[in-house]
Design a protein around this ligand. Structure first.
Ligand SMILES: Nc1ncnc2c1ncn2[C@@H]1O[C@H](COP(=O)(O)OP(=O)(O)OP(=O)(O)O)[C@@H](O)[C@H]1O
Ligand SMILES: [Mg+2]
Length: 283
């Protein structure tokens, strides 16, 4: 099913029109109704064209999976979108404004949250303090140095931990949490900045299949409840096709298909380059 608010598409929703893949709107022009709109993004590393002219249109409330074989360019694309890497060419629009060249913290302040393929939390801080630190950093303009940090945002932090199923783990040092719980914590940290868009690079990396489903279902529920748009990468095709509202398929840095799961699943090019291969890689 399409995400609420998805703008009328120029191309047919029912069959993949390769001339319009990844655009969903008039080519070459930003669409202010989209939360994220990337046009013609390119990035090379030496002789490797990691991202090769990618267009991506994400509407508010969309739950978008980016899939593709190892090395397809998913993480590089995320790094371009989040400002962690500079692109060689192309434009990025966030909520209707061009944000090309902005740094990650500036994008975060505008409402773009992200998690990384590799876990990044303060391992010695408790789960609660990790989330509280994120809340403090988000609200830092209102920070009063005379009031101890510990008093701030306690209820909000508990609320976010509750949302990701970590209420009971609040007082444990984050470093001793189970791997899956650390990924949940990262999500709470990302939500602390009240994002409009969340970029999740392999939120289920290193998890067993059941837990993968749980985490992605959690992401879907958060997206549904809050109207937040989520773009995630995931190697488990069962998870992707069960949860994503739309799927973008990358292959060798380029978008080869984009659309609702059923349409993408039926696409012969996708089947050839990707779904014909083992769905999950050993990690
Ligand atoms: N910092 C870098 N320096 C050089 N080459 C890089 C760098 N980062 C990525 N690449 C190359 O760019 C291509 C895309 O890599 P990327 O990590 O974006 O793929 P991916 O789709 O995220 O893969 P995976 O599924 O394994 O996470 C690969 O050929 C990779 O080797
Ligand atoms: Mg990657």
């Amino acid at each position: 099913m399409d995400a609420p608010g998805w703008p009328a598409l120029g191309n047919s929703e029912r069959k993949t029109d390769r001339s319009a893949i990844g655009r969903g709107v008039a080519p070459g022009r930003p669409d202010g109704r989209l939360v994220l709109h990337a046009l013609g993004l390119r990035k090379h590393f030496g002789g490797v064209q990691a991202v090769s002219g990618v267009d991506l249109a994400v509407a508010p409330g969309d739950l978008r999976a980016i899939i593709g074989p190892n090395g397809a360019g998913k993480t590089t694309l995320f790094n371009l979108l989040s400002g962690d890497l500079a692109h060689d060419s192309g434009q990025i629009y966030f909520a209707g404004e061009e944000v090309s060249g902005l740094r990650p913290h500036e994008l975060c302040r505008r409402g773009m949250g992200r998690t990384f393929q590799i876990t990044s939390i303060f391992r010695r801080l408790t789960a609660l303090d990790n989330v509280r630190t994120a809340l403090l950093s988000h609200h830092r303009r209102h920070y009063n140095v005379l009031i101890p940090a510990r008093r701030f945002y306690r209820d909000e932090a508990f609320g976010l931990l509750e949302r990701v199923g970590l209420r009971e783990q609040a007082d444990k040092p984050s470093g001793i949490l189970a791997h899956g719980d650390q990924r949940r914590l990262e999500m709470a940290i990302a939500l602390a900045s009240a994002p409009r868009l969340l970029l999740l690079d392999e939120p289920t990396a290193g998890m067993a299949p059941r837990e993968r489903h749980e985490i992605v279902e959690l992401v879907a529920a958060i997206a549904r409840d809050t109207g937040l748009a989520v773009v995630f990468t995931e190697h488990d095709m069962d998870v992707v096709f069960a949860v994503a509202a739309r799927i973008t398929v990358l292959h060798q840095g380029a978008v080869i298909a984009e659309g609702p799961p059923a349409e993408v699943r039926a696409d012969p090019e996708v089947q050839r380059v990707y779904l014909g291969q083992p769905a999950t890689r050993p990690r």
